[in-house]
Ligand binder design. Sequence first.
Ligand SMILES: [Zn+2]
Length: 486
Amino acid sequence: MAEYEAVIGLECHAELLTDSKIFCSSEAHFGAEPNSHVCPVCLGLPGALPVLNQRVVELAIRAGLATNCTVAPISKFDRKNYFYPDLPKGYQISQFNEPIAAGGYVEITVGDVTRQIPLTRIHIEEDAGKLVHAGADRLAGSTYSLVDLNRAGVPLIEVVSEPEMHTAEEARAYLTELRNIFLYAGVCDGKMEEGSMRCDANVSIRPKGATTLGTRAEIKNLNSFRSLQRAIDYEIERQIRLVESGERIVQETRLWDEQRGVTITMRSKEEAHDYRYFPEPDLVPIEITAAWLEEVRRSLPELPEAKRRRYIDTLGLTVYEAAVLVDNVDLMQFFEATLAIGADAKLAANWMMGDVAAYLNEHSQTLAETKLTPQALHELVDLVQAGTINRNTGKKVLAEVLTTGKSPRTLVDSLGVTQISDLGAIATIIDQVITDNPKQVEEFLSGKDKVIGFLVGQVMKASQGRAKPDTVNALMKDRLAALPRT
Ligand SMILES: [Zn+2]
C-alpha cells in the first residue's frame, strides 16, 4: 500500500431548498404520490417552455459564496443530450462551459491536519425523474420499472472538487463539511437518505511521488457517508490489485453495491462530447449584478469554519468540542440558544458533550426527542456553578429533566438534594464518621495519609452526596490534625 497514492475527486449533487421546480411552478417537495407534482414543462411535452425560478439562482449564489467561490456575473444554460426513461425531454438542462461559480474551496480537518480542498466549479441543473423497479429495490431481478416524474425538474447544483483528496477519510470529511455549509447557508436540507444530497467519486491511483494522474473510475450510488468511505476504500484496493497483477485499469463508471460491498462495472466512461452539449435556446443567460451579489453575501449567516474558530478563540472551547458542536446543527443551535439566555459557554458545552451526549447515545435519541430545553440546561449549569448542587446530583437531575421536562430548580427543591453548605451540619457528620471508624482514624494518625479518602467517602455517603467534596476534604483534614497523635 505504501507505494501507491490514491487521488480522489468528488462530484456532489445538492437539491436546492425551493418550493417549486427550476423551470415551472410544479411543487419540488419530496415524498408525494408518484406523478402528482408534474406539468407540461417538467413532463417535457412539446411546445412547453422553461422559465427560470429566481430563487434557484439566489440559492446557487449562496452556495458559491459559502464555499469561497467567485460567482460569475454572466453564466448560461446548455442542453446535455442523452436518453433514459426518467428524462422525458431527451436532454437535461445544465450548465457546461459557463457555470455560475468556480474556484472556491472547502476546508477539512482529518486528525491534526487542516487542508483546503479546491473546488473546480459549481453549476446549476435540473434533476431527472426516478425509476421505481418493481419486485426488487434495484434493476437486477425486477420484472418491470415504473417512472415517477415528481423529481424531474427539481433544482440541483453540482459541486465538483479538484482531485486533491487522497484517502476515504478525507473524502468523508469533505462531504461532511460541504453538507454542513449547505445546511447552515440554507441551500439544501442535506438529507442523504432522501437523496437530496448525492455524491459520485472519481478514484485513481498512482505511484507515490508521481505527478501525473492515473486512469480513473467514477463510482456512483454513494448515498451515505458510510457507503462513500467503504466504496472508496474498496476501489483503491481493487485498482492496486489490478496494477500489481500487471493488468490495466480502464476508464469507466462503476456502481457501488452496498449489500455486497463491491464496485461493479456499469458502463464505459462517457466523455463530454458524447453528450453533444449546446446552448439552451429557450433560456436567456443568467446575469447577476454586483448589488444582488452583495445583498446575498450580507444575508449569509455565520458558516461552520468561522463558527468553529469563534468557539475556540472567543468561547474557550477545545478544538474537539467546537468540531462536535458545529458538525451537528441540532446541537449547535441548542448550544447557542443556551448561551443566548446567559449560560456559561464552557460549562454548557461540557454538559452537552458529556452527560447529554451519553444519554442520547444510550437511548438512540436526538436532542429534539428529549424533554431538555435550553432554559433547563441553563438552570442546571447555574445550580452546579453556584454550588447549590454538586456535579453528581446534577447528573441525576439531568436524567430526570431529559425524560420529564421538569425544571431543574423545581426538581432540586422537591428532591431535597440541595448541596449542604452549612459547615456546622458537615462538621456533625464528620464527627460521627470519626467516632464510627476508629480503626481507619488510627491508621491515618500512624501515617497512612491515603485513608482520608475512605473517611471523606463515608461523609459523602452519610450526606447522600449533598456535601461538597472539597469542603469535606478540608474540614476532615482539620479535624484529624486536631486529634492527639498516637
Ligand atoms: Zn412542472
